[in-house]
Ligand binder design. Structure first.
Ligand code: 4AD
Ligand code: MG
Length: 436
């Protein structure tokens, strides 16, 4: 298309174009007509605007086209911007030219359709106001994570997606045929990051992560994005503070850039502001069990992992995210070291979000005890040869090091206040859904 000056709808809504002639382009969001007048709400990526098309103000053919164009038709319009209190957003465009670029077929999505139908129509449903708002916030969050780490001098470091090893337990691995062999889709960037820190010291990454999760919950995806960091010379306490800073930074960036999207989603902005500036407490797993017992009358046997229900009950007592450290070693991944001060627990942590969003971050200091890791891997039936390279990292200049992973969709879902993680990613993959 020839180069032109296009006016974005937001500029009109911000009052920058009042009484001026503009040329805009977008899609018909809603339309109604009576006799010689058509009201078409136009949408572009920045917002929606009422356009008024009156017979006689433009060529007859264009008026007929405007009358006939169904929702989601793509159009180019020219006209004059007028302030009008009655119009949604307070402005309207008096149209003098209306070119239909593509007459849309009847749009399959109408009001009140089931979530499953909308997931089938995901390629079209991502145009909805709700998903557009979520996707804009997601983009801010992803950008904020890059900025956060780069500002602290971290290097971006990439790991393979096809990996021969497990990191978080064999039961959730996706197997892939690899020529005449088999390999797996990445469960985590971490093991490779532990090699990378010996060159770069402080590294981070954000990438697709795969877990064959049988659990059909509102918090689990089979393919999700994890933002991970790993740092040499860092122990548990310090790494939990980095995680808290990261989450507060993400919240601040969203509040700076996406107030109107948060409003579209009906999110309580005050709550987010409080969390962006608050201190987040750190407690131990054992203290968490005490809170559950004393304040919720819930008895969890020491050694059992915290399930969704227990995380939610625990968070009844906090208004901000909380870091929980020292989970029982026996239920932790092979690389999480025993705490020398309390060896039945590990030097590890989760960060749990308030308001029922559960675990958003998981991380730990890393074990440097080859013997202990070998035993734990063998107990899980792993082939130890596959981990020789990983153990080498403990033989050539090993240092204390730590890292964690942020579940990007968990954070998006929480900040947006949406009830299912599926809406935090454009095309969700779950046990039952892998198309479109
Ligand atoms: O707690 P996880 O399993 O930790 C790791 O994978 C570490 N290797 C990370 C590290 O230390 N570098 O996963 C990290 C986070 C979780 O806290 C959760 O937010 C998210 O990833 N997550 C999921 N998000 C959506 N769907 C799933 N199935 C998820 N599994 C984990
Ligand atoms: Mg975890």
């Amino acid at each position: 298309m020839p180069k032109q000056e296009w006016t974005k709808i937001n500029d009109i809504l911000f009052g920058k174009k009042t009484d001026k002639k503009v040329k805009s382009r977008g899609w018909i969001y809603r339309t109604r007509s009576s006799g010689n007048i058509v009201f078409a709400i136009l949408r572009d990526s920045s917002g929606t605007l009422q356009t008024t098309i009156i017979k006689g103000s433009l060529a007859d053919k264009e008026f007929e086209d405007a009358k006939k164009a169904l929702i989601e038709s793509s159009v180019i319009v020219e006209g004059v911007v007028k302030k009008d209190q009655r119009a949604p957003g307070g402005f309207e465009l008096k149209v003098t030219k209306f070119d239909v670029v593509n007459f849309a077929d009847t749009f399959p999505i109408t009001k009140d359709q089931s979530p499953e139908f909308l997931l089938d129509q995901r390629h079209l449903w991502i145009r909805s106001q709700k998903l557009t708002a979520v996707l804009k916030i997601r983009s801010t969050i992803v950008g904020a994570i890059h900025t956060f780490f780069r500002n602290l001098g971290y290097y971006e470091f990439d790991a393979p997606i096809l990996q021969p090893n497990q990191c978080e337990g064999g039961s959730t691995l996706f197997e892939v045929k690899y020529y005449d062999n088999k390999t797996f889709l990445s469960q985590s960037w971490q093991l490779y990051a532990e090699a990378g820190i010996f060159a770069l010291e402080k590294i981070y990454n954000m990438g697709p992560t795969f877990r064959a999760e049988r659990s059909k919950t509102s918090r689990h995806l089979s393919e999700f994005w994890m933002a991970e960091m790993e740092a040499a010379w860092m122990e548990l306490k310090e790494v939990t503070e980095v995680a808290k800073d990261e989450i507060r930074f993400i919240l601040k960036e969203v509040l700076k850039n996406n107030k109107s999207e948060l409003e579209t989603l009906g999110r309580d902005i005050k709550k987010l502001e409080q969390m962006a500036n608050a201190k987040y407490p750190t407690i131990t797993y054992t203290e968490a069990l005490d809170i559950l017992k004393e304040k919720e009358g819930m008895k969890v046997e020491w050694g059992k992992d915290l399930r969704t229900i227990e995380e939610d009950k625990l968070m009844n007592h906090f208004k901000t995210p909380v870091v929980v450290t020292n989970y029982p070693t026996q239920i932790m991944a092979f690389y999480k070291p025993k705490d020398p001060k309390d060896p039945k627990t590990a030097l590890c942590f989760d960060m749990i979000a308030p308001e029922g969003y559960g675990e958003i971050v998981g991380g730990s200091q890393r074990s440097i005890d080859i013997k202990d890791m070998t035993k734990r891997l063998k107990d899980m039936g792993e082939k130890i040869e596959n981990y020789d390279w990983y153990f080498d990292l403990r033989k050539y200049g090993s240092v204390p090091h730590s890292g964690y992973g942020v579940g990007v969709e968990r954070v998006v879902a929480w900040i947006c206040g949406i009830d299912n993680i599926k809406d935090a990613i454009p095309f969700p993959r779950t046990v039952l859904r892998f198309r479109p």
